[in-house]
Design a protein around this ligand. Structure first.
Ligand code: BDR
Ligand code: CA
Length: 306
């Protein structure tokens, strides 16, 4: 059983990542969910996380709100992708329970401190909370079992030609996180753009009862589903990595985040020629797509049966 703390900005694919975690109770123990402003504003990402906690029957997993905006930059949102609420056309029942007291940054620090070496931090939004946790208590780098992020790319961006959304939304935070001294497992667009909801995948989701009420409209809002391609459920890749790292090929690299480039801000400049330097990242370069979908749909089926 692996313990995970999920920092997220739900977000359609964040929701699908949480559903993967919730459907894997024998393999994953979700010790907390923290929220960050990202795809939509913090009050919405937090409200969505609270609604998802109950819809996905995640019990009393604490949901703790964190940073509303980037460390230095003006706000960048992704409402054109995720809709004004962050969950597209999906309307979940209003949650009965509210968020936990306190701030996500304290929650991350305190939770990792209490179980050194045990908890994998999974970050699938802008890295503002994680960077602030590193600044507040640098020992989180030692205490985390691992840091797995969805973000960046060694090839191309999605929000700009150079930058992936989570990196562009808070490049200084991303730079702090990559420079902190741990090895960041980076699941970037290079692999997440192969995790596509095709017609075949959607047909596997349709029979899943109440869960289909989330999965199907979410996938369809997020992009056009065809036999060949469809929307990429980027964030689910990070949870899938924790569940089964063997799905991915990962290569050590030195990654630097561009923070000053006029056209390249938020780019994850990735050097696979590590040489004598210490690699600060393990960068995913390929994904076993059929095995990924078997893992994801299997978890969704278990969740639907509960
Ligand atoms: C990332 O950006 C967000 O819009 C998604 O939720 C995902 O975390 C993909 O670039
Ligand atoms: Ca996200």
């Amino acid at each position: 059983m692996k313990k995970v703390l999920i920092d997220c900005d739900p977000g359609i694919d964040d929701a699908l990542a949480l559903a993967l975690a919730a459907g894997s109770p024998d393999a994953l123990d979700v010790v907390g969910v923290t929220t960050v402003g990202g795809n939509v504003d913090l009050p919405l990402t937090t409200a969505n996380a609270l609604a998802l906690r109950e819809f996905l029957r995640m019990g009393d997993v604490p949901v703790t709100p964190g940073s509303a905006g980037a460390l230095l930059r003006h706000t960048v949102r992704a409402t054109q992708v995720h809709g004004t609420t962050g969950l597209g056309d999906v309307v979940l029942p209003a949650p009965r329970l509210g968020p936990s007291e306190g701030h996500a940054v304290d929650f991350i620090v305190d939770t990792l401190r209490a179980a050194p070496g045990e908890i994998t931090l999974v970050a699938v939004g802008p890295l503002t909370n994680v960077a602030l946790a590193v600044r507040r208590e640098p020992r989180v780098v030692e205490w985390a079992r691992d840091l797995v992020i969805m973000g960046g790319s060694y090839t191309r961006g999605n929000r700009t030609p150079a930058a992936e959304f989570n990196m562009l939304a808070d490049p200084e935070a991303a730079a702090i996180v990559f420079e902190a001294g741990w090895t960041v497992t980076m699941l970037g667009l290079d692999v997440t753009l192969s995790a596509l909801v095709t017609t075949e995948v959607l047909e596997r989701m349709r029979p899943l009862g109440r869960l289909a009420d989330l999965l199907v409209p979410a996938a369809q809002f997020y992009g056009v589903v065809t036999a060949e391609g469809g929307p990429a459920i980027h964030d689910a890749c990070a949870v899938a990595y924790v569940l089964d790292p063997g799905l991915f090929t990962c290569v050590p690299a030195v990654v630097n985040v561009e923070t000053t480039g006029e056209f390249t801000r938020g780019m994850t400049v990735t050097d696979f020629r590590v040489g004598d330097r210490k690699a600060n990242a393990l960068v995913a370069t390929s994904l076993n797509v059929p095995a990924f979908w078997d893992l994801v749909v299997g978890a969704y089926e278990r969740l639907a049966d509960r």
